[in-house]
Design a protein around this ligand. Structure first.
Ligand SMILES: [Zn+2]
Length: 522
């Protein structure tokens, strides 16, 4: 009799837990889908803060706003936490370029990050020179001593091609099914798709680029023009150009032009016309504080034992300078902040503690998350584990643009599969049900995965990520899709809450071996 009674108690308990979980999911869905504040968060991180290049004034505007906002929501220990040495901050203060002869037209241009200013207080007015050299020997032979104070551009063999496919896309059912049916990849790294010839050509291009950099430093042109790769319709893929290192020299002005403008100027010069340009480029380097910072805030858990364990969520707050980094990655940060707000507003009391981390230095190599992981958990170089290493159930990341969540990458952690499959059940009607064993790379969950803490990134519809917004001057608030971000926030809130509630932590993969020094790759 006693046995049956206990069994009955067990099932009643199970039903209670399941009912509580269903209630929580319903609360989360209601709050996240009908009362979303995700676009308010996005506005503050984009339009209101400006570009968020690591250690720039815009980054700190966003970081301090996020810290204050999280504290206002009732989170504890909201702070900017230093993760290590980064380097200089930088921002553009003025960027005016126009062709003044053979006739006037303004051009679309953006300074490359961490590059300098044109000389003097006023604008320069110079003839534009094309440089055409196949290697550095030819470069020095033909152009040494001839470019000082000039505006120069490198000959580009590119042409623009019309686009025959739409910028925006979502995963098809077939694509998702293929991901769901993926087999575990036993190799440590996924092979890249480049042939040895392509790799050699890329190495040669990089070497020439380095030599060009040295040439500019030595020969001191007033302004270097460059052309955006693959950008058409006024879209510039614009990233770095100078160095943020503490002891780097801040020299020449180096801007990127829209391809349309660049190729037009080039054709005019090649036809024998004299092209004159007016330019005024001013930038500022910030050197007072060279440390890098992450935004961190916490919700303390309520279970007497489990409150010492953590669920961590995050995304990178830093962006490039060409726009306001809306899809890369104000989107992910806004979603994570909104997931936290949903949990708070639904009145849920998580058993484990929850921590939100908004990283910096991601664009320079996952620096903020790697630094944080090294300070708190372990250094992948020696894998000496700190006490906190055993306390993290999982880290969830979002950093693939504005698209809604279609599922999750297991990062090879097959034991987590059945758990996540179940957790996605209430969200099939919102288009999220795929669990794939596949890895995905290029962002901050890798810092956790590298030391054996379960780190996951969600599968997101691409929308216009690779075609239009990622690292471009078009990465603005207007390219965000509000309904998709509300969906993502709701699902992440539910994942975070479930991770905080279940008795067991998320299963871990085998602990990685120390990778030793000299291998930076993850
Ligand atoms: Zn990103």
């Amino acid at each position: 009799m006693k046995k049956y009674f206990l069994l009955l108690l067990f099932f009643v308990g199970l039903i209670n837990v399941t009912t509580a979980q269903t209630d929580a999911t319903e609360k989360i869905k209601k709050e996240g889908l009908s009362n979303s504040k995700v676009m308010d968060f996005a506005f503050h991180l984009t339009d209101a803060s400006g570009p968020r290049l690591t250690n720039s004034p815009g980054f700190f505007r966003a970081a301090n706003w996020a810290k204050d906002e999280l504290a206002k929501m009732g989170l504890t220990n909201a702070k900017l936490e230093p993760w290590g040495d980064f380097g200089k901050g930088w921002e553009q203060n003025k960027c005016y370029l126009a062709v003044t002869a053979p006739y006037y037209f303004p051009v679309v241009a953006i300074p490359r990050a961490w590059t300098g200013s044109t000389p003097g207080k006023r604008s320069i007015n110079e003839e534009v020179m094309i440089i055409r050299a196949k290697d550095s020997a030819e470069l020095y032979q033909n152009y040494a001593g001839k470019v000082k104070g000039k505006i120069i551009m490198i000959y580009s063999p590119d042409t623009l091609k019309p686009s025959f496919t739409a910028d925006g896309s979502r995963f098809t059912d077939d694509e998702l099914l293929k991901m769901a049916n993926s087999k575990p990849d036993t190799s440590r790294r996924q092979a890249n798709n480049f042939t040895p010839e392509q790799m050699a050509a890329a190495r040669q291009r990089q070497a020439l680029q380095r030599q060009m950099g040295d040439f500019y430093k030595n020969e001191k042109p007033a302004l270097v023009l460059s052309m955006s790769r693959a950008g058409n319709d006024g879209t510039l893929f614009v990233q770095g150009g100078g160095s943020y290192a503490k002891d780097a020299e801040n020299n020449y002005a180096y801007v990127m032009l829209s391809s349309d403008d660049y190729l037009r100027i080039q054709r005019l010069i090649l036809s024998g016309q004299k092209v004159q340009m007016e330019a005024d480029v001013k930038t500022t380097f910030y050197e007072d504080d060279l440390k890098g910072y992450d935004v961190v805030a916490e919700i303390p858990g309520t279970d007497p034992v489990l409150k010492d364990e953590w669920v961590i969520i995050g995304g990178h707050l830093d962006s490039w300078q060409g726009a306001t980094g809306a899809t890369d990655n104000a989107a992910g940060c806004s979603v994570m902040m909104e997931a936290i707000r949903i949990i708070k507003a639904s009145g849920l009391q998580p058993r484990r503690s929850i921590r939100i981390c908004l990283w910096s230095g991601e664009e320079q190599g996952l620096l903020g998350s790697r630094g944080y992981v090294k300070n708190h958990f372990a250094d992948p170089v020696d894998m000496v584990l700190k006490p906190e290493h055993s306390k993290v159930s999982a880290y969830y990341n979002l950093d693939n643009g504005t698209g809604k969540i279609r599922g999750i990458y297991l990062q090879g952690n097959k034991d987590a599969g059945p758990i996540f499959t179940k957790w996605l059940e209430p969200f099939h009607d919102l288009g999220a049900q795929t669990v794939t064993i596949d890895n995905t790379g290029g962002t901050d969950h890798q810092a956790f995965d590298a030391v054996g803490i379960p780190g996951f990134q969600f599968i997101q519809d691409a929308i216009e990520y690779d075609t239009r917004t990622h690292h471009t001057n078009m990465d603005t608030y207007d390219h965000l899709v509000p309904a998709d971000l509300a969906q993502a926030s709701t699902i992440i809130a539910s994942f975070v809450y479930n991770t905080a509630q279940q008795d067991e932590m998320i299963p871990r993969k085998t602990l990685p071996k120390p990778r030793g020094t000299g291998n930076r790759g993850f």
